[in-house]
Design a protein around this ligand. Structure first.
Ligand code: P6P
Length: 333
C-alpha cells in the first residue's frame, strides 16, 4: 500500500505542498490519539468559553486548535492560519508561502456521545505583497484553493484529500502512516439518500420546503422513487458518506436569523468540502450558485450549502430557479 507522501510524489505534487500536508497530518494524528483516549484523557466535556461563532467551546475544540496551530506555526512554509476557533488570523513565517484555514474539530457536539468528528482544512497561496496577518489575504474564492481535505475520526481515522487531481482516501495505520485505501473517488450522479436537519423545516424558504416535500412523498410523488434520510450533525461524516456512496447534504438558509446566509462557514467548511465534492464529480451550491464562485468578504462568513450527487443537486437548484435573482444576493450567490 502506498504511503501518503509516496502517492503525492507519484502525482508530481509540489514538494513544499507535500511537506505542508505532512505537517497537517502530524497534528491530526495527535488529535486522533486524544480523541481515542476520550474520557481516559479527560478531554470530554466543555470549557467555560465561547468562540467567535458564539458557540460553547468543547475541551477538544481547544486541544485540536492548539495542536494545529503549534504544528503549522512550526512550519516555515506557513505564512498564516485562520481557524474557526480564532477571532483573527494568526501570522506565521513572514517568508512563508501558504495560508491554511481550518475547522479544528467539526461536529464537536458529537464528541461526548462518541460519534464521528473531523478536522477540515483548506490551503491557499499567500497573495503577492500580503501578510498572513491580513484578513484580506485569506479572502480568496474557493476556486483559488490549491488543496483541501478532512480527517474523519471514526472507527478508523481517514484522510480525504484533493490537490486538484481528484480525491483519494488514506487510512491511518497503527504504524502512524496514512496509507492509500481508495483512489479516484467518483460520486454517483444520482441518489436516493438525503441529509438535512428536518427540525428546521418550518424556517426554510418555500423552495427548499417544496424540494424536500417531494423527497418525502417518495414513489407517491413526482420523483417516483423512495428516499432515505440521514442526519449525523457532523458535516465531515455526512460528506464522507456522500463521497463514498453518493447523496445530497444540505444546510440551507433559514429565517431563524435572516442576517446570516447560512449556518456553515464558507472559508473552512463550505470551500474545502466543495473542492472535494467537485473534484469527485459532484456539485456544491447554495442552491442558487456554486459555493466556490463566492468572493469572500469575511473570514468567518457563513454560507448555505446543498452538495453531493450532481443530478440531485441540480434538481434541488431547479426548485430554486425561478426565485434565483431575488435571493442569490442575500445568499451571496
Ligand atoms: P445542527 C457542526 O456543528 C456543524 O457545523 C456541522 O458539522 C453539522 O453538519 C451542523 O453543524 C449540524 O448542525 O443544527 O444540526 O446541530
Amino acid at each position: 500500500m502506498l504511503l501518503l507522501s509516496q502517492f503525492l510524489k507519484q502525482q508530481e505534487t509540489d514538494d513544499n505542498l507535500i511537506d505542508l500536508i505532512g505537517t497537517l497530518m502530524l497534528a491530526c494524528k495527535e488529535v486522533a490519539i486524544q480523541l481515542r483516549e476520550g474520557a481516559l484523557a479527560g478531554v470530554l466535556g466543555s470549557t467555560e468559553d465561547t468562540n467567535v461563532q458564539g458557540e460553547t467551546q468543547k475541551k477538544m475544540d481547544v486541544i485540536a486548535n492548539d495542536l494545529l496551530k503549534k504544528f503549522l506555526l512550526d512550519n516555515p512554509l506557513v505564512a498564516g492560519l485562520a481557524s474557526e476557533e480564532e477571532d483573527l488570523p494568526v501570522a506565521g513565517n513572514p517568508d512563508g508561502r501558504y495560508l491554511v484555514t481550518f475547522d479544528p474539530l467539526d461536529g464537536s457536539s458529537n464528541i461526548d456521545i462518541n460519534v464521528s468528528v473531523g478536522t477540515i482544512f483548506s490551503i491557499l497561496e499567500l497573495p503577492e505583497g500580503m501578510s498572513g496577518a491580513d484578513e484580506a489575504a485569506y479572502l480568496q474564492a474557493g476556486r483559488k484553493q490549491i488543496a483541501a481535505g478532512y480527517v474523519l475520526y471514526g472507527q478508523s481515522a481517514v484522510l480525504s484529500l484533493t490537490t486538484g487531481k481528484g480525491v483519494n482516501f488514506f487510512t491511518l495505520a497503527h504504524t502512524g502512516d496514512f496509507l492509500l485505501t481508495r483512489d479516484n473517488i467518483e460520486i454517483p450522479a444520482d441518489t436516493n439518500e438525503f441529509a438535512i436537519n428536518m427540525s428546521n423545516q418550518r424556517h426554510w424558504e418555500p423552495e427548499m420546503q417544496s424540494y424536500i416535500d417531494e423527497l418525502l412523498l417518495g414513489v407517491e410523488g413526482n420523483r417516483g422513487k423512495n428516499f432515505n434520510m440521514r442526519w449525523i450533525a457532523s458535516m465531515v461524516a455526512e460528506v464522507h458518506r456522500v463521497l463514498t456512496r453518493g447523496g445530497i447534504f444540505a444546510y440551507p438558509w433559514d429565517k431563524r436569523d435572516e442576517s446570516k446566509p447560512g449556518k456553515l462557514r464558507l472559508m473552512y467548511e463550505g470551500n474545502p468540502m466543495s473542492f472535494l465534492i467537485e473534484q469527485a464529480g459532484g456539485l456544491s451550491t447554495t442552491c442558487y450558485g456554486n459555493i466556490m464562485d463566492i468572493e469572500p468578504q469575511k473570514i468567518h462568513q457563513r454560507v448555505a450549502v446543498a452538495l453531493g450527487s450532481k443530478n440531485e443537486v441540480e434538481t434541488a437548484m431547479e426548485f430554486h430557479r425561478d426565485s434565483a435573482d431575488s435571493k442569490a444576493a442575500r445568499l451571496n450567490r
